[in-house]
Design a protein around this ligand. Structure first.
Ligand code: SIN
Length: 293
């Protein structure tokens, strides 16, 4: 893990945002860097225009937002996702019967693995990777099963100026093959002949905030193009370790009927599978995104 302690205090200093107050929701930040619990919104009903705009702003300002005690039918979960854009269909994971856009998230005593156990940005192997993911957990283990989130703005900002200059203009391959082939066989999913593979800038600019975010992740990024293979491996190894530094993270403790909504363009996440043999389950709706630039 890279140390971010410089000779003169921390190398990463978060710039607190001084946003105008919210009127229809309240925000309780988990850390100064990312994550906020939102109260005042009932996602089981269509949202008014002002509340919708405030939730969008809360997401842009906090990168991942959380809601507690929500009653979400599959239809309402899908409708909430559609309010933010067209829905994405996962290239490999199983979905609820009759709802291809409602991905099943489940691990129990018979599972060989849990979804999203390593750090990643959802389906970054797609040419147009998802903008956001909305996870609704309905069954929690007695303890554990948290999800960790990390700000890729903070990860980028904390790089040295020399490293930023080196990464400028570089492109990396994101490959779904290793992540997906055989992964859902225990759930009866037959593998596709090919899985998505895409090339994306190593640093992307967020289309809403205009901020730069590091966009490589251990789950999907396999190679930086245009440099020797050993150099690519070494630089990616450094960037993965750096992106996973605890300083950029928050950790969400689930309760039944909690919702997490994260922005894949500037956040990585990983799910903790520390609760075997207990069950954790729910559904994820994923909102389509744009080609990273
Ligand atoms: C995922 O969407 O990667 C799974 C996250 C989780 O189950 O906490």
């Amino acid at each position: 893990m890279s140390s971010l302690i410089g000779n003169n205090g921390p190398r990463y200093r978060h710039q607190a945002n001084t946003s105008v107050p919210y009127e229809t929701i309240a925000i309780d930040k988990l850390t100064p860097i990312l994550g906020a619990e939102i109260t005042g919104a009932d996602l089981s009903r269509p949202l008014g225009n002002q509340q919708m705009a405030e939730i969008q702003r809360a997401l842009a300002e906090n990168l991942v937002i959380f809601f507690r005690d929500q009653e979400l039918s599959p239809e309402r979960h899908l409708a909430f996702g559609r309010a933010f854009g067209k829905l994405h269909v996962h290239p490999a994971a199983p979905h609820a019967p009759g709802h291809p856009e409602l991905m099943i998230i489940r691990a129990d005593k018979d599972s060989p693995r849990a979804n999203g156990e390593g750090w990643h940005s959802d389906v970054s192997c797609d040419a147009e990777p998802p903008m956001g993911s909305i996870l609704y957990i309905t069954t929690c283990p007695p303890h554990g099963g948290d999800t960790l989130f990390a700000s890729m703005y903070a990860a980028y900002d904390a790089l040295s100026d020399r490293m930023k200059a080196y990464l400028d203009g570089l492109v990396a391959v994101h490959d779904g093959e290793a992540a997906y082939r055989g992964t859902y066989a225990n759930l009866g999913v037959t593998d596709k002949p090919v899985y998505p593979r895409a090339e994306h800038p190593v640093v992307r600019t967020h289309p809403v905030t205009g901020r730069k975010a590091l966009y490589v992740n251990r789950g999907f990024t396999t190679r930086i193009l245009g440099v020797p293979r050993d150099e690519s491996q070494a630089i990616l190894g450094y960037l993965f370790d750096h992106a996973e530094n605890e300083l950029f993270q928050c950790r969400f403790r689930w309760q039944e009927k909690s919702v997490a909504f994260w922005d894949n363009r500037c956040v990585q996440h990983r799910a903790m599978w520390d609760y075997w043999p207990h069950t954790r389950s729910g559904f994820r709706v994923t909102v389509q995104g744009d080609r990273p630039v």
